[in-house]
Design a binder for this molecule. Structure first.
Ligand code: TGC
Ligand code: FAD
Length: 405
């Protein structure tokens, strides 16, 4: 234990969440009063309900199920879904800001929220019947139900079009067989939006409910990343799915890909939040940590790190804000979303590593957030399309030549 007063005060201060967001280009001038209010209420929520506990949850690989109801109460589920179905009726910049603030707290917590909103509520709203919307959306919005999204399979990750999970028409119901892997929220989910092929090999979405015979959700253990998020499989062994549970509005791979557009957009903002948290911690620590008789912030190499971090964060803020505008206009394209997701996650990973270095040895402890963010971001750089798949999406857009296979 150090006897250096400066070091002790750093350790004590880091026990509480002092986060202040960088805004070097006055991005706030581009936000409405409502945007700022939403952001500050989610930030306050994170400081009170997530930051004090997150290190402990992650150490114990514990998913705090209570957070589901709390997210429902603050409107974190389905912010862009119309209010008549329990959603927030908000724009995409609001959605982005909510994801940014939650992931600033922890990527696993953001996963819980973005899966529910973009990958469960969105397809039910977009492709579901009025009965499906009324039956599921209000309960998902309030947090009474937790949902998950099953696209990835053990042998089909980057190539979801190759999926083998399938259903056959049995007259009064469908019979569903197969398995999904790496599914966020699955062990605790009440409902799953599952993508499966019919007898003609066409992909459809089905709503599968916990309790249906032959449906199980084994948990995936041993993750060194997203430890406060619960991940598992979805196993379908001759599950009888009522015909009214098929999402009729769209079929083909394009249907789940549209959901991914919305979720990847949220991740672009979320990862920016994680980067801002690491930068903020590094900036504060550099001002307080004394070496060679001076704060380490007075050394040029530390200033270089901080200056480069702020530059990348500012570029990311501008990119995300502009993308939010295009999402609201309905003009954002999949490659544009890929660029923002890819940019944010790579930037956040680099910033987490640099910020960790600024904290020296202290940076490897749970007293500061960088190692947790860094480990979480290793999932974020892989899910919702890997870093290289997004590069190939951009490459195909630039050249007109898909290089996936
Ligand atoms: P490709 O031939 O390009 O397309 C097949 C059909 O789909 C259509 N399509 C889209 N439609 C609407 N919006 C989009 N964004 C679309 N992208 C594709 C396309 O027009 C075509 O339609 P049609 O009518 O001509 O058949 O498909 P491909 O098989 O070559 O694959 C392309 C590729 C590799 C880019 C794509 O499959 C991909 O993005 N792979 C990555 C998979 C992925 O992202 N998985 C994510 C799983 S969910 C998850 O990770 C959740 S983590 C949640 C959390 O915890 O936060
Ligand atoms: P693979 O597809 O096997 O890829 C392995 C490597 O090969 C990667 O580096 C990839 O970039 C590379 N590669 C693959 N194809 C190509 C190519 N054509 N050209 C060049 N390189 C290529 N999925 C869901 O459906 N729902 C969820 O809720 C969900 N949550 C997740 C939560 C966590 C914590 C994690 C880790 C994953 C989650 N996923 C979920 C799955 C996630 O989307 C996949 O892991 C991801 O799409 C990659 O698939 P894969 O792991 O099978 O890797």
């Amino acid at each position: 234990m150090s006897t250096n007063p400066a070091e002790v005060s750093v350790n004590k201060r880091s026990a509480s969440d002092l986060f202040e967001s960088p805004d070097f280009y006055n991005m706030d001038s581009l936000l409405s009063e409502e945007h700022k209010l939403i952001r500050s209420s989610i930030r306050d929520f994170v400081k009170k309900e997530i930051s004090p506990y997150i290190e402990d949850w992650c150490e114990r690989a514990y998913f705090p199920y209570d957070i589901v109801k709390k997210f429902g109460d603050i409107g974190a589920f389905g912010p862009t879904i119309p209010e008549q179905y329990g959603g927030g009726g908000l724009d995409y910049v609001s959605y982005g800001l909510i994801m940014q603030e939650i992931e600033r707290g922890d990527s696993g917590m953001r996963s819980t929220a973005s899966v529910q909103g973009s990958l469960v509520m969105y397809p039910i709203y977009k492709f579901g019947t009025e009965e499906q919307r009324t039956k599921y959306l209000p309960k998902l919005a309030s947090g009474e139900y937790l949902g998950c999204f099953g696209l990835t399979e053990p042998d089909h990750g980057s190539n979801p079009g190759g999926m083998v999970t399938n259903f056959t028409d049995k007259g009064d119901h469908y019979l569903l067989n197969g398995a999904k892997m790496w599914i966020s929220n699955s062990p605790k989910a009440d409902v799953a939006v599952v993508w499966a092929k019919n007898e003609e090999g066409r992909i459809h979405g089905l709503i599968v409910e916990r309790g249906m015979e032959g449906f199980s959700t084994p948990e995936t253990h041993g993750k060194w990343s997203l430890r406060a998020s619960t991940t598992g499989e979805l196993v379908f062994d001759n599950v009888k799915v009522p015909k009214e549970n098929l999402l009729p509005g769209k079929s083909g791979l394009g249907a789940p890909m549209m959901c991914l557009d919305s979720a990847r957009y949220g991740i672009a903002w979320g990862a920016l939040g994680a980067a801002m948290d690491c930068y903020d911690s590094a900036r504060r620590y550099a001002g307080e940590r004394i070496q060679f008789g001076k704060p380490i912030a007075s050394f040029q190499l530390i200033q270089k790190k901080l200056a480069e971090m702020l530059t990348e964060i500012t570029k990311g803020q501008l990119l995300n804000w502009k993308l939010g505008m295009m999402m609201d206009e309905g003009t954002a394209t999949t490659p544009q979303i890929s660029m923002a997701k890819r940019n944010s996650v790579e930037m956040a990973l680099k910033i987490a590593r640099e910020a960790r270095q600024i904290h020296g040895g202290m940076g490897i402890t749970g007293e500061y957030p960088m190692m947790r963010h860094m480990m979480n971001l290793e999932s974020v750089v892989t899910y919702e399309g890997t870093h290289d798949i997004h590069l190939l999406i951009l490459g195909a857009d630039i050249t007109g030549i898909p290089a996936f296979s």
